[in-house]
Ligand binder design. Structure first.
Ligand code: HEM
Length: 407
C-alpha cells in the first residue's frame, strides 16, 4: 500500500502521463482505487474487479444520463418521440442492440476481402511515397503509420459499410475527427461535444436520398431490421449510424497505432509475431490489454451509494479505468509486460455486459490484417528518427504521429 500523498495527484494530462499513464494508475490502484478526480470530473475506478462491477451495475449506473452530459444530441422537432440509442439504459437499449448486432454482424462477416484490399492499396501508396522521399530528402524511408495507414483504414471501412458516397468522404472524415476532439475537450473541462449534430444532419439528408435510390448497405439493413415485431424509427437509424462513426473510428486508429508502437518497442515480440503470423489473434488481444484505445468509460449515478467507503451521490459521474484494470496485477501476471501468447486474457478493452462493444469483431479484423500485412511487407520495419507523438488526451488514448522506417 503506498502513501496517500503519493496518490492524490492523479493528473492524466501531465506530459509524463500522456506518454505513459500506467505508473500513475499503479499508485491509484494500490492507494486510492475509488478516486474523486477534479480533472475527469468524476469518481474513477482503477481496479479490475471494480471495473467489472461497474459494467454489471445497470441498476445504479446510467449510460443514458452519462451520454447526455457528454454530447449535445440533435435538436429534434417538438413532439418527436424519445429516441432509443445504444447509450439508452435497459430495457430500452435491448431491442436497439439486437437490431444493430444482427445488421452489423451480417456485414462484418464478409468484410475481410475489402479490408485486405484497402490495406494493400494503402501499403502500395506508402511504398510509392517512400521511393519519392528517397529521391527528394534525407528522411530515407520514413513514413507516418497513423496518417498513412491507421487513420484511413477504419474510416474508409465504416464509410463503405454505411454506403457514404465517394464525394462526401472527406467531409465525413472531418466530422468524425471533430467528434473525437470534442470528447477530448469535454474531458479536459470543456463543454459537451458538438460535431454529432452536423453528422446527424448529414445522415438525415442521406436517408432522404435513399428513399428514391436505396443502397445495399448497413443503413438499409438498419431501416429494415426487426426484433419481435419492433422496428427502428428513421431518427433512431440516424443516431445509430452516428454512433458507429463515433465509436468505430478513432478507437481502431488507436488500436493499430498503440499496438504497432508496443511491438516496435519490443523487438523480441515483433520478431516472434513475424515468424508466426497465426499468433496475431492472441497478439491483438494482448495489444488491446497492454495499451487500451479507450482508457475511460463513464456512467452517471442514479442514486446515492457507497463504493469502497466513498460516498457517490446521485448525479455524480463514475468512470471505469479500462487501461488501469487491464494492468491490474491481481488478474494479469507480469501485467506490465507484453506477452503475445497471454492466455487467458480477460481484458476489458471493449467493455462488458449490456454495452459491450458491437464493433469488437470489425476492429479485430482490421487490426489483425493491418499488423500482419505490415510485418510481412516490411522485414526491416523499425521506429523512425523522429519520436512518436501522443495526442494530449486522457480518454481516447492514441498517437498523433508514429514515424517509422520501412526501408
Ligand atoms: C479497438 C477498437 C474499439 C474499442 C477499443 C472499442 C471500445 C468500446 C467500449 C469500451 C465500449 C463500451 C462503452 C460503454 O460501456 O459505455 C464500446 C461501445 C461501442 N462501440 Fe466500440 N470500440 C472499438 C471499435 C468499435 C467499432 C469498429 C465500432 C463500429 C463499427 C464500435 C462501435 C461501438 C458502439 C456503437 C458502442 C456503443 C454500444 C452500446 O452502448 O450498446 N466500436 N466500444
Amino acid at each position: 500500500m503506498c502513501r496517500q500523498e503519493e496518490v492524490v495527484f492523479f493528473n492524466p494530462f501531465t506530459a509524463e502521463a500522456i506518454a505513459d499513464p500506467y505508473p500513475q494508475y499503479a499508485l491509484l490502484r494500490a492507494g486510492d482505487p475509488v478516486h474523486w478526480s477534479d480533472k475527469l470530473r468524476g469518481w474513477v475506478l482503477f481496479r479490475y474487479d471494480d471495473v467489472v462491477a461497474f459494467f454489471r451495475d445497470d441498476e445504479r449506473l446510467s449510460s443514458d444520463r452519462a451520454a447526455a452530459t457528454k454530447f449535445r444530441g440533435p435538436r429534434l422537432p417538438e413532439g418527436t418521440p424519445r429516441l432509443r440509442t445504444v447509450a439508452s439504459d435497459p430495457p430500452e437499449h435491448d431491442p436497439v442492440r439486437a437490431m444493430l448486432n444482427a445488421s452489423l454482424a451480417a456485414r462484418v462477416r464478409s468484410v475481410g476481402p475489402r479490408v485486405d484490399a484497402l490495406i494493400g492499396a494503402l501499403l502500395e501508396r506508402i511504398g510509392t511515397a517512400v521511393e519519392r522521399s528517397v529521391e527528394q530528402s534525407e528522411l530515407t524511408g520514413e513514413v507516418d503509420l497513423i496518417a498513412d495507414l491507421a487513420y484511413p483504414l477504419p474510416i474508409t471501412i465504416i464509410a463503405d459499410l454505411l454506403g457514404i458516397p465517394a464525394s462526401d468522404r472527406e467531409q465525413f472524415q472531418a466530422w468524425s475527427h471533430a467528434i473525437a476532439r470534442g470528447m477530448d475537450r469535454f474531458y479536459s473541462g470543456g463543454a459537451a461535444a458538438e460535431g454529432l449534430q452536423e453528422l446527424g444532419a448529414y445522415f438525415v439528408q442521406l436517408l432522404g436520398q435513399r428513399q428514391t435510390t436505396p443502397g445495399d448497405d448497413l443503413m438499409r439493413d438498419l431501416l429494415a431490421a426487426e426484433h419481435h415485431g419492433e422496428r427502428l424509427s428513421q431518427l433512431e437509424v440516424v443516431a445509430l449510424c452516428t454512433a458507429l462513426v463515433f465509436g468505430g473510428h478513432e478507437t481502431t486508429v488507436n488500436l493499430i497505432g498503440n499496438g504497432m508502437l508496443a511491438l516496435l518497442r519490443d523487438r523480441g515480440a515483433l520478431e516472434v509475431l513475424r515468424a508466426e503470423p497465426a499468433l496475431i489473434t492472441p497478439a491483438v488481444e494482448e495489444l488491446l490489454r497492454f495499451d487500451s484505445p479507450a482508457q475511460f468509460i463513464s456512467r452517471t449515478a442514479r442514486v446515492d451509494f457507497a463504493w469502497r467507503g466513498s460516498t457517490i451521490r446521485a448525479g455524480d459521474a463514475v468512470l471505469a479505468g479500462l487501461g488501469a484494470a487491464n494492468r491490474d496485477p491481481e488478474v494479469f501476471a507480469a501485467a506490465d509486460r507484453l506477452d503475445l501468447r497471454r492466455s487467458p486474457n480477460p481484458h476489458v478493452a471493449f467493455g462488458l455486459g449490456t454495452h459491450f462493444c458491437p464493433g469488437a469483431q470489425l476492429s479485430r479484423i482490421e487490426a489483425r490484417a493491418a499488423i500482419n500485412a505490415l510485418l510481412r511487407r516490411y522485414p526491416r520495419l523499425r521506429l523512425g528518427d523522429r519520436s512518436p507523438v501522443h495526442r494530449a488526451t486522457a480518454v481516447l488514448r492514441g498517437l498523433e504521429r508514429l514515424p517509422v522506417r520501412v526501408d
